[in-house]
Design a binder for this molecule. Structure first.
Ligand code: HEC
Ligand code: HEC
Ligand code: HEC
Ligand code: HEC
Ligand code: HEC
Ligand code: HEC
Ligand code: HEC
Length: 403
């Protein structure tokens, strides 16, 4: 009898040890501190939001590099980018990962691993760790054209590996700790163990650990506690929540936007951008959606904010019908301000082309890349958020539909 009790006791003790070990490993503390719970913790109760969020550009804003997240081809014949007859960059798959290797006259000069992927919608760029510094690989992938291309801004008169600073990370990851700068180096240093990939739930909603513990301990309470409520923010506060990353990159930061919380005022973090808003030559892939929208009559004469048209938990890219419904929620005939072209256009065109005429895709003059074997630089397209009447675009659309 005694033996049985002792054995059972040992088994129970072992189980407890195994359980706490396992639990300790899975529930790793969030690098942002104990106020944060991490996106996995949100998935438990908000599984629908979480699962659709996994398909959004925000989730993809940064991911660990792997054969699944790097979309460019490593197959023979598709993995070489010739700079000129002597120099080439070759994409190589090895046991230790994916690499970009720079060859001069057939001799390998430098080889760096793909460690982090930024993006994947129009283009993707890659970073690698060099000690505690992050650098950008010279080649990016142009998803829209399915081709390797130069990273924006790269010129091949020399091969430099651009250092990536905190500024890029503040918009493309949810968090990383900076380390003290080393002497003799201008480049910022980071603690890679603290990197939180993607733009996650708490980057937008603020810290949620207390919310998680309250709702877990009070399952009968069906209203949210201890989490910022979007509906109670002022319009400016709502706009600032997105403007943290969607209002351009051309002015200095006063402090790190990693500390920005819903309800904060962006002006305390970032000097205002210059008012180039309407000049499309200043539209870049790091678009100034905030400034462009604010100069639109739609914005000035209504209470709209970014979430009027965008459900940030879903990938609605290319869903023109859905966006048309958003337009029509304000611009239907009984509402008086409706499209003067309504009677001249077929129902089909109206259903899908509001944005083609009023928020057209325009080329950026700032971001261009070189694609292998194609001489002129290729420019990126961006939907302008200055909603207006664009006679040139209207002409193009009319010519297209009357063909
Ligand atoms: C134990 C369950 C539980 C967990 C875990 C949980 N929530 Fe919630 N959350 C709720 C409940 C219940 C509500 C109120 C009902 C609703 O709005 O869905 C809510 C509401 C919210 C709201 C809406 C607030 C409002 O009223 O505008 C946000 C935002 C939110 N949660 C974010 C998060 C985030 C971020 C996490 C992860 C850090 C998280 N939740 C984890 C239960 C949970
Ligand atoms: C912390 C930075 C950050 C914040 C805050 C942020 N975004 Fe983004 N957003 C990004 C980045 C980075 C991308 C591009 C990601 C990519 O393509 O990899 C992006 C992409 C998008 C896209 C394009 C989606 C697509 O499928 O092409 C939309 C729309 C968008 N954001 C809307 C919003 C709205 C609305 C808000 C506020 C509620 C917001 N964002 C807040 C960084 C942010
Ligand atoms: C102020 C915030 C901000 C900064 C700083 C920033 N980005 Fe972005 N980036 C964005 C947003 C927002 C988008 C999506 C823009 C759009 O579609 O208009 C984007 C898009 C991209 C894309 C294309 C993603 C895709 O899926 O097509 C790449 C690649 C990229 N950024 C790399 C970088 C690099 C590298 C840096 C630093 C040199 C950087 N970004 C700095 C906000 C930022
Ligand atoms: C890019 C910013 C952004 C990210 C990332 C984000 N949210 Fe939201 N979320 C919003 C905004 C904006 C609203 C308010 C939408 C509205 O009310 O129009 C919202 C609303 C909510 C709500 C209440 C309404 C609803 O749709 O159920 C919950 C719950 C929520 N978010 C949970 C999450 C969770 C969980 C994640 C991560 C899986 C997440 N959010 C990621 C911006 C974001
Ligand atoms: C929240 C309501 C709302 C939404 C949603 C909305 N608009 Fe508007 N829009 C307005 C208001 C209000 C005006 C100003 C009307 C006036 O001049 O009295 C306006 C003006 C316009 C104008 C005239 C612009 C000019 O410079 O003369 C166009 C074109 C337009 N909207 C197109 C659109 C399109 C396309 C969409 C969808 C992508 C859209 N709107 C979504 C409210 C909205
Ligand atoms: C009146 C509706 C409307 C509002 C309001 C709106 N957007 Fe958009 N947005 C669109 C449409 C339409 C597209 C094109 C979507 C597509 O092609 O799938 C778009 C595309 C985008 C993109 C991707 C750009 C590109 O061309 O690839 C980003 C980023 C974005 N919006 C951010 C924002 C932010 C941030 C705000 C608030 C400052 C905002 N949007 C407000 C309608 C809107
Ligand atoms: C083929 C291009 C085209 C399409 C598609 C189109 N519009 Fe228009 N829209 C125009 C033109 C051109 C004008 C200016 C007409 C004029 O002033 O005579 C206009 C004017 C407007 C105005 C301003 C009306 C006013 O009184 O100032 C609004 C609002 C508008 N459109 C909304 C929409 C919406 C919503 C859709 C989709 C359901 C849409 N448009 C589809 C070309 C287009």
């Amino acid at each position: 009898m005694k033996k049985v009790i002792v054995v059972t006791g040992i088994c129970v003790a072992l189980l407890i040890v195994v359980y706490t070990q396992f639990n300790g490993n899975t529930a790793k503390a969030d690098p942002r501190g104990e106020d944060y719970a991490g996106a996995m913790a949100c998935a438990k109760c908000h599984s629908k939001v979480y699962n659709s969020y996994l398909h959004t550009a925000h989730y993809m804003a940064s991911t660990p590099a792997s054969a699944n997240t790097v979309h460019g081809s490593f197959a023979k014949g598709f993995n070489v980018f010739a700079i000129d007859s002597n120099q080439r960059i070759v994409m190589e798959k090895r046991d230790s990962g994916l690499y970009q290797t720079y060859y001069v006259k057939g001799k390998a000069k430098q080889s760096n691993r793909f460690d982090i992927v930024f993006g994947g919608v129009k283009g993707e760029s890659y970073l690698y760790w060099k000690g505690n510094q992050l650098h950008q690989l010279p080649l990016s992938y142009f998803n829209l054209q399915s081709e390797w291309s130069t990273s924006p801004g790269y010129k091949f008169s020399f091969i430099d590996f651009r250092s990536i600073g905190k500024r890029c990370l503040e918009c493309h990851v949810s968090y990383i700790d900076e380390l003290p700068q080393q002497q003799l180096s201008r480049d910022e240093q980071f603690d890679k163990s603290t990197l939180v990939y993607g733009i996650d739930c708490e980057r937008c909603h603020g810290p949620g650990a207390q919310h998680v513990s309250f709702q877990t301990n009070n399952p009968t309470v069906k209203t949210a506690r201890f989490i910022a409520r979007y509906s109670t923010l002022t319009r400016d506060q709502k706009m600032d929540m997105c403007a943290v990353c969607h209002s351009g990159i051309h002015t200095a930061l006063l402090k790190s936007t990693f500390a920005f919380m819903p309800g904060d005022t962006l002006a305390k973090f970032k000097l205002p951008e210059f008012q180039h808003s309407l000049d499309t030559s200043h539209l870049d892939v790091h678009g100034k959606q905030l400034q462009l929208l604010k100069t639109s009559k739609c914005y000035m004469y209504s209470k709209m904010d970014c979430a009027t048209c965008h459900d940030t938990h879903q990938n609605t890219r290319g869903n023109d019908i859905l966006y048309t419904q958003k337009c029509l929620s304000c611009h239907n005939k009984p509402n008086h301000v409706y499209c003067k072209m309504t009677d001249k256009l077929s129902a089909d065109v109206l259903k899908t082309k509001c944005i083609s005429c009023h928020m057209p895709e325009l080329t950026t003059n700032v971001i261009s890349v070189l694609v292998a074997d194609k001489a002129p630089p290729v420019r990126f397209f961006v939907h302008t958020h200055h909603i207006a009447i664009y006679p040139q675009e209207v002409k193009k659309i009319l010519a297209f539909i009357n063909k």
